[in-house]
Write a protein that binds this ligand. Structure first.
Ligand code: PEP
Length: 251
C-alpha cells in the first residue's frame, strides 16, 4: 500500500518575516487544490509566527528547522520544541546535515532533539545521510544505520511509527548533484528494512523523504520509486513554480 506523499520545504536562513509571509501566501493559493499530498514549509524561527498565521486555514503545515534539547531555561539563542508547538507549528526538522556539520550536532544530541519533539507534541522530520567520503567508501548503510540506532534509541514503537525520516545524502544537498532514483531507493529500502525491528505497522507507516537537489525536473523520477514517499526540498522550495511542480509530481 502506497503511503501518503509528504513534501516539505526547508527555507533555511532565507526570507525575513514579510518575505516569508508573501511566499506562504503564494504557495497557499497555488497549492489550494492539492488533496493527495501532505505539504509543509519550514521558515526561520523569526518568520514562524507570520507563516503560521498565513497558513492557518490551509493544506500546508509548518515546521521549525531545529529545536532545543531543553524545554526552557538559561540556553541563550535556543528555541524549545514547546515554544514552537505553542506558536502553532506541527513539525520540526531535526538533525539536518547543516546542523550536524556546521553546528557540530552529534547523533546523541539529535536523539535528545527527537525526544524533545515528542515531549512537546511536534512531529519530527529526522534527517540522516552520509557524506561524500562515506559514500565513496561504501559506508552509506553503516552511517545511516548508526544515525538511526542512536537517534531512535529509547523511543516507543508508536513514536518511531509517527516519524518522518528524510534521507539526505550530504553530497547532494545544495550541490545540484542529485542521487539517482535507484541510489536513493536503495538507501530508502535499507531504512525500511532497519525499521523491521519494530512491529510491522512501523515500517508500513513511516514516510521516508528523499532530500538533495530535488527540483521540478527530477522530482517525478525520484517519487516514482517504491520506497520514496516524498521529498525534503531546500533551494527549490524558495521558488513557487519549482515547489508547486514538486508537489504536483507527488500527487
Ligand atoms: C535540504 O536543505 O534539506 C536540501 C535538501 O537542500 P537542497 O534541496 O537545496 O539540496
Amino acid at each position: 500500500m502506497k503511503r501518503r506523499p509528504f513534501i516539505a520545504g526547508n527555507w533555511k536562513m532565507h526570507k525575513a518575516p514579510a518575505e516569508a509571509d508573501a511566499l506562504a501566501e503564494q504557495l497557499k493559493r497555488a497549492l489550494a487544490d492539492v488533496t493527495a499530498v501532505d505539504i509543509a514549509v519550514a521558515p526561520t524561527f523569526l518568520s514562524l509566527p507570520a507563516v503560521i498565521a498565513r497558513l492557518r486555514h490551509s493544506n500546508i503545515g509548518v515546521a521549525s528547522q531545529n529545536v532545543a534539547v531543553e524545554a526552557q531555561g538559561a540556553f541563550t539563542g535556543e528555541v524549545s520544541a514547546e515554544m514552537i508547538k505553542v506558536a502553532g507549528a506541527q513539525y520540526a526538522i531535526v538533525g539536518h546535515s547543516e546542523r550536524r556539520q556546521v553546528f557540530g550536532e552529534t547523533d546523541a544530541v539529535v536523539a535528545r532533539k527527537v525526544q524533545a519533539c515528542f515531549r512537546a507534541g511536534l512531529a519530527p522530520i529526522l534527517c540522516v545521510g552520509e557524506t561524500l567520503p562515506e559514500r565513496e567508501a561504501g559506508q552509506e548503510e553503516a552511517v545511516v544505520g548508526r544515525q538511526l540506532d542512536v537517534a531512535l534509541a529509547g523511543l516507543s514503537a508508536d513514536q518511531v511509527g509517527a516519524l518522518t525520516i528524510a534521507y539526505e545524502p550530504v553530497w547532494a544537498i545544495g550541490t545540484g548533484k542529485v542521487a539517482s532514483p535507484a541510489q536513493a531507493n536503495d538507501v530508502h529500502a535499507f531504512i525500511r528494512g532497519w525499521l523491521g525491528r519494530y512491529p510491522a505497522f512501523v515500517a508500513r507507516n513511516v514516510r521516508i523523504q528523499y532530500g538533495g537537489s530535488v527540483k521540478g525536473s527530477n522530482a517525478a523520477g525520484l517519487l516514482a520509486q517504491p520506497e520514496i514517499d516524498g521529498a525534503l526540498v531546500g533551494g527549490a522550495a524558495l521558488t513557487v513554480d519549482e515547489f508547486v511542480a514538486i508537489v504536483q509530481a507527488a500527487g
